[in-house]
Design a protein around this ligand. Sequence first.
Ligand code: F0G
Length: 461
Amino acid sequence: MSKKTKASWAEPYKIKMVELLKMPTISQRKKMIIEAGYNTFLLKSKDVYIDLLTDSGTSAMSDRQWAGLMLGDEAYAGSENYYNLEKSVKKYYGYKYIIPTHQGRGAENILSKILIKKGDIIPGNMYFTTTRLHQELAGGTFIDVIIDEAHDSKSLHPFKGNIDLKKVEALISKYGKDKIPYICVATTVNMAGGQPISLENLKQLRTLTKKNNIKIILDMTRIAENAYFIKLREKGYSKKSIASIVKEICDQTDGATMSAKKDALVNIGGFLAINDKELFEEASNLVVVYEGLHTYGGLAGRDMEAMAIGIQESVSDNHINARIGQVLYLGEKLKEAGIPIVEPIGGHGIFLDAKRFLPHIKQDHYPAQTLAAEIYIDSGVRTMERGIVSAGRNSKTGKNYYPELELVRLTIPRRVYTQAHMDVVAESIIKVYKRKEKIKGLKMTYEPKYLRFFQAKFEKL
Ligand code: F0G
């Protein structure tokens, strides 16, 4: 016995209530995917078996969060739950001021309107769909400053979410610091496959931005997952708690937008956090136009209470170990079977590399969109395209973006599925991989103007 066996881990919770799964038959699935125009966003949930479309708003809340719903203070102004949320944000993230919003993009809209002027440049560590669109709608241009390794699905760089400081310096000299209101830094970069940024890199960026009087705004949507990778991979952090690493990340920044539907374990909610009082006042004023009064921002009191509790639960070491442990379990299974996936395995899901999975399908024929549809047909498992369809078109030239990464995301909701579900998912992917040569691409038959991946329709070639 030379091989050291790793101790098993288990979920740090037990199940109190269950929701029965739907199990559509193969003939139903074939019919449904055609009706949905080969777009998994257009499937009905009742036709899905295991739903890995997203980890957004799909988490299971704890009994404490459900109890929190009953403590909803549904006052129009000054709800008790708003103050509990404010306390939680201050305690765990350290930001001075907070404005609740209905979800992450609500915060992105307000932030972009306050900080971006026409002609501004917003550097960021890879785009996110809604974030970039709000920057563009406010008159700005997003420019990617992530390290090159992030665009290579095979690179094993431990922090593929890092920012290339040379790219930032080049932008400052090209456009001038006054054209750059802030740098948008995402934790565990979604579109790169859930890849983290290191604290070392963030601190270097802080020094550079301080010198140039440029703000750092965090997209802190998956911050606890990022903290896990820092603890695991970055020198000096192995003995620190996830909570303290989360706080240290926030401390390097001037504010944040948050989609609480991910790490913060709620089904709806988000916020904008900021340290500058004047900006806070401006945002408090604007939020009443788009979301609701600044003490509820489009949420019910009970939603804010569940969020306040979820934030606390999300930074527990036990929680995050099991959460990412489950993602790793699925990823390792797929790797063992030779399935091409983005590595290192990220925080919120497994990303299949559709260019390597279906090398005979040209990017113009949507390999990732095709693969997501095939997986659904095979097993009723719903996944999502993150490739050319998601990337959309350049808003100025109208030309398609051709992203290096053409991926299918198997996003794991938090505290929802078991290890056995992961086995079923892996088996289905392996089955599809075995018949990959027979799979044909798609053509787009309907393209909406904004965020086309949500509603576009396709037909088989
Ligand atoms: N930022 C990141 C990194 C996200 O992943 C998302 C949402 C948002 C912002 C916007 O937040 O949905 O609450 O308005 N991502 C979801 C996903 C939709 O499936 O990855 P939202």
